[in-house]
Design a protein around this ligand. Sequence first.
Ligand code: SAH
Ligand code: SF4
Ligand code: F3S
Length: 459
Amino acid sequence: MKKTFDRTTFTLEERFKKIGLHKTYFIRTYGCQANVRDTETIAGILEAMGFTLASSQEEADFLLFNTCAVRRSAEEHVLGEIGKLKQLKLDHPGKVFGLCGCMAQEEGVVEEIKQKYPQVDIIFGTHNLSNLPSILHEYYEQESPLIKVESTPGNIVEDLPTVRSQSFKAFINIMYGCNKFCTYCIVPYTRGRERSREKQHILDEINAFKNQGGKEIILLGQNVNAYGKDLGEEDGFTDLLRACAETGIDRIRFYTSHPRDYSSSSIDVMKEYPNIMNSLHLPVQSGSNEVLRRMARGYTVEHYKSLFDEMKEKIPSLTFTTDIIVGFPGESDEQFEETLKLAEYCKYDLAYTFIYSPREGTPAAKMEDDIPLKVKKERLQRLNELVAKYSNENNKSYLNQELIVLCEGPSKKNKKVFSGYSEENKLVNFTGEKIQAGDFVKVKITGTKSYTLDGEKII
Ligand code: SAH
Ligand code: SF4
Ligand code: F3S
């Protein structure tokens, strides 16, 4: 077996175990599930060092922003939030503010923070989470600003401590990084190249979670279908998916699939095992071949449609979601219309739609960002209206049906209403007696909205 990255195991040195005693922490997380999962690891490391969770960010002795760089708007939001901390730092100079995640991997952003946001004490990147104990140790020793960002990934570190955000649903990293280099995307630069975890480590994590009462796992990677390629495996993802299903965990999902690497065999495994949920997120980005070519996505609309047709034929109940960018450089009205046509063809259950945002250092940033913002916004609105229409129509088909929902707890707005996701990955709000977070509940659907379903527990 080819091994491109060394694998090591996390151990916490004795001298770091007391650094956090009598100190509290709070983490604000932005961006994708990779960041949510990293936050769980960071929380695990901090708690192993003696820190305890603060009740709010204002209370915390150590406040950390785990950031996303995928669009400028996400970055501006974080910078705004950090700006607000200036006074807090003046009032409480002993508090420590940190920034990590994908923004930390951008040199320009680090420079901007150094210049304009002196309240930030520590910056560390996505490649050295496991060094957090020594980073904090160094900071508390010298108490002057510290920037620790590695430009390339190091070892794959296993056995990192974790504080999971939910006890019954877990994100499981199967690979890190991305090699696709879509021309608009910053992720390959902030997360480094693809590195797969070894299958046995993944299975051990799933089995441990299952033995603690875990019900649902979500396998994570920027491009899960490429799993194992760096280990010299041909169809690694299909094999992994089968092995995960064989653990007997109740529910398995995976994000994100890439149309270029998608293999029919993984659809067959999905069909074969009832514990692999029949929902698929397959980002398309554009319905125009010319735009896809300039995005370097590596497939055509025809190929995408053929994948879609094959999946729907093999698994008719499959729910389908996607990501779409509007206003990519040079996208003409006709090319945008082609995206609308594709959305009509696929009738997505949900689409995450974005206005193109130039990212420094990516090839697309050198193309002329020539679509006026007004036009970009109009396109986004038209697309969103169309997506909502189909989402609504799809949801209506569930009326009076019985769905199995994994309850996540009372809904935020109303304590008498519970919410959770059905096998089809539909968000369901429902009422009923004797319900707890982590229960599988049979729910009869009594009403539908564009993005959620309403129902009642069946006794
Ligand atoms: N690895 C995943 C997605 C990661 S980023 C995949 O390939 O599907 C999540 C989504 O953000 C992308 O699918 C894309 O739609 C959007 N995105 C990425 N870069 C962007 C940019 N520069 N401007 C606008 N949207 C972007
Ligand atoms: Fe970005 Fe493309 Fe990789 Fe997804 S596949 S993370 S869009 S480069
Ligand atoms: Fe954002 Fe980084 Fe994820 S840029 S989308 S947090 S990989």
